[in-house]
Design a protein around this ligand. Structure first.
Ligand code: ADP
Ligand code: MG
Length: 273
């Protein structure tokens, strides 16, 4: 199987930081995978995404995208392959949803900056797929959190990438929009063979939708593999420093039986007698 992203022994340190934010990490994201990067706050998820996207200069190690070292890809060339949906961004400027989605075409539009028929089609189809076509003329400042997130995903789809990278795409969404977002990402992998790499706090959604997980802690990959290999009580308690139970999803649905993590109340200390 060809890897989309392959990181080998990657270390990255923020300037002035004593400990590396990414500490000798090796990771492979297979073609067509729905890969979830998990881990507590500050465990290095966003930083690792930045390293894979070539935004951070590594201290050591190698990163390849589709078998070619990241450095050998021109920025624009990589932008036609990989779309990134950052965790948050100011969308205070009252542009329309359509204009936002149009921005996704930047790696494709010619030097004169004129959009052609192919661009129009990509924009329409991206808005349709992400469920924001009806919102096309609305200002992004008037959207709900869920609608705004879908518009940002539409912008990424307009880029017509083969790989989609998202940082905490469900962080501010209610349960329906969380489910819709993960369903959309799953559908994109199944229907179009897109590779999805998502950093998320949502262990339970990752367990239901992702085909492969990696659990980070303090910049180190503690475990990776299919959900049942990673979402284990012992590992999670070590990483999150909190007691948990892991129970099978009750179903019904394709995901019945997926491991679901329930944080427990703190164990009560035995009373002195
Ligand atoms: P996560 O996305 O898992 O919450 P991050 O990748 O944002 O974690 O952060 C990993 C570590 O790097 C944390 O200790 C964080 O404080 C540190 N860090 C993140 N961004 C910066 C920065 N710009 N400068 C210095 N340290 C940073
Ligand atoms: Mg983060």
């Amino acid at each position: 199987m060809s890897a989309v992203f392959a990181a080998r022994d990657v270390t990255f340190r923020y300037p002035g930081s004593e400990s590396p934010a990414v500490d000798v990490v090796s990771l492979e994201v297979a073609e067509g995978a729905f890969f979830a990067l998990l881990g507590p706050n500050g465990s290095g998820k966003s930083t690792l995404l930045g390293v894979l996207l070539g935004e951070h200069t590594r201290e050591s190690g190698t990163v390849a995208y589709r078998g070619r070292s990241l450095e050998s890809w021109k920025r624009r060339e990589l932008a036609r392959e990989v779309a990134f949906v950052p965790q948050s961004e100011p969308l205070a400027f009252p542009m329309s949803v359509r204009s936002l989605v149009e921005m996704g075409r930047y790696p494709h539009v010619g030097v004169l900056g004129r959009a052609g028929v192919a661009d129009e089609q990509a924009i329409e189809s991206a808005m349709e797929r992400a469920g924001v076509a009806a919102l096309a003329s609305r200002s992004v400042t008037t959207l709900s959190g869920g609608e705004r997130q879908r518009a940002r995903i539409a912008r990424a789809l307009a880029q017509e990438p083969s790989t989609l990278v998202l940082d905490e795409p469900t962080a501010a969404l209610d349960l329906r929009y969380q489910m819709e977002t993960f369903e959309l990402l799953q559908a994109l992998t199944l229907e179009r063979g897109l590779t999805v790499l998502v950093a998320t706090h949502n262990l339970n959604l990752a367990a239901r939708f992702a085909t492969e997980l990696a659990l980070l802690t303090q910049g180190v990959v503690k475990a990776d593999g299919v959900p049942s290999e990673v979402l284990r009580r012992d590992l999670l308690e070590q990483v999150y420093h909190w007691p948990v139970a892991v129970v099978p999803h009750p179903g019904p649905g394709f995901d019945a039986g997926a491991p679901q993590v329930i944080p427990l109340s703190r164990p009560t200390r035995p009373r002195p007698t």
